[in-house]
Design a protein around this ligand. Sequence first.
Ligand SMILES: Nc1ncnc2c1ncn2[C@@H]1O[C@H](COP(=O)(O)OP(=O)(O)O)[C@@H](O)[C@H]1O
Ligand SMILES: *[C@@H]1O[C@H](CO)[C@@H](O)[C@H](O)[C@H]1NC(C)=O
Ligand SMILES: *[C@@H]1O[C@H](CO)[C@@H](O)[C@H](O)[C@H]1NC(C)=O
Ligand SMILES: *[C@@H]1O[C@H](CO)[C@@H](O)[C@H](O)[C@H]1NC(C)=O
Ligand SMILES: CC(=O)N[C@H]1CO[C@H](CO)[C@@H](O)[C@@H]1O
Ligand SMILES: [Mg+2]
Length: 427
Amino acid sequence: LSTHIRHKLKIGQKLNEGKTKQIFELVDQPGLVLVQSKDQITAGNAVRKDQMEGKAAIANKTTSCVFKLLQESGIKTAFVKQQSDTAFIAAHCEMIPIEWVCRRVATGSFLKRNPGVKEGYRFSPLKMEMFFKDDANNDPQWSEEQILEAKFSLAGLTIGKCEVDIMNRSTVAIFEILEKSWATQNCTLVDMKIEFGVNVKTQEIVLADVIDNDSWRLWPAGDRSQQKDKQVYRDLKEVTPEAMQMVKRNFEWVSERVKLLLESQSRGRVVVLMGSTSDMAHCEKIKKACTSYGIPCILRVTSAHKGPDETLRIKAEYEGDGVPTVFVAVAGRSNGLGPVMSGNTAYPVINCPPLTPDWGAQDVWSSLRMPSGLGCSTILSPDAAAQFAAQIFGLTDHLVWCKLRASMLNTWVSLKVADKKLQACSV
Ligand SMILES: Nc1ncnc2c1ncn2[C@@H]1O[C@H](COP(=O)(O)OP(=O)(O)O)[C@@H](O)[C@H]1O
Ligand SMILES: *[C@@H]1O[C@H](CO)[C@@H](O)[C@H](O)[C@H]1NC(C)=O
Ligand SMILES: *[C@@H]1O[C@H](CO)[C@@H](O)[C@H](O)[C@H]1NC(C)=O
Ligand SMILES: *[C@@H]1O[C@H](CO)[C@@H](O)[C@H](O)[C@H]1NC(C)=O
Ligand SMILES: CC(=O)N[C@H]1CO[C@H](CO)[C@@H](O)[C@@H]1O
Ligand SMILES: [Mg+2]
């Protein structure tokens, strides 16, 4: 451990050490740990062990970018922040000793365990496999029942059906987020393995350990011969300095590319048109929700009844600069605004009328029953209108899609946890 790090952080005792990293307590930051990478590469359970200078630094970059991407999407992870070239701070977890493997394309050990399946077979839905982390027995594959019967208890949480379901669902969501992100680089995420821990403070199950090129297979343009992951190292016939340089170059390629996953591939915006400032509170809710998806949202006031020339001028303003736009029309009573917009633009229009209890049941029809040729949609809840706009942008912007995907997972997990609590109370 470098003295540089020692000075800045009060490093406590070593809590854990594995093949690729060491875990240290942080004296001044209870609940957090320092995860320090080791400068060596392992494969086939450390049978082949070679020092590879600079590997740890590249791994740090890979891990920190991937965790940043997942965290910004809304996935719960142990990662807190990058500390140095080779170390990061994470929430202290008790690790669940199961490797969750998720596959889109059949390759590697799957083919050996499932003779007859050809390399390249595509799994939809994703194929899930679990392996018990047990070096002495070569990490045996485990069934769900074996995990349940092991009755792991970590940080006071017993790993039962609910926890297994949460890890299963989380693994799928994490894979899909990374798959979607790598697709922007024309790179196929073939498979992935991850581990979960129980956060000792919150008792939540979070993605922990690391995700780097040890953790996945990446095939540029879906082509195995261009693989950029650790398989290159495993496949080496002979470990020569030149061969190790190639492995390192591949790792570098990944760590450079992985930064690009954090960049949006397309820009877009939501323009909310309101018939009157009396609808401001409703519109602010739409804006807040858009912002949570990272989508800029602009509010304008215009009435299609009282100033149609101005409505069409504002429309032209946003059609003229090439930024993909979703219009949201907020008009109470007779909604002329959304339909007029929809009849005059090829951009999507969402009606989000602020209905009142007295006339709402009648007013809503002015947003629903359209003349022919109009394709606007109507969504009553401001949050849901923003979500629908996000889904439109998510078709081309992976960062928006990832937020939607993580939110779906988090909703599912909340329901699961709420049900577990309720069952515990009623027993
Ligand atoms: N946030 C964390 N808190 C506590 N322990 C962790 C955390 N992240 C990783 N670990 C654990 O640190 C140990 C060292 O990691 P690693 O070198 O990858 O081990 P292994 O060789 O078992 O894969 C492992 O037991 C791993 O589960
Ligand atoms: C994971 O989820 C899938 C889909 O719901 C299910 O088929 C599979 O049995 C689950 N596996 C575990 C270990 O929970
Ligand atoms: C992306 O990958 C496909 C194969 O999946 C390939 O045919 C295509 O040329 C690649 N495109 C770019 C821009 O690299
Ligand atoms: C993952 O990728 C980086 C390069 O991007 C490499 O240096 C690092 O060693 C890889 N991780 C592991 C654990 O092999
Ligand atoms: C993503 C990334 O580059 N992570 C870190 C790796 O190490 C350097 C050196 O300290 C950090 O500055 C980076 O943030
Ligand atoms: Mg490990």
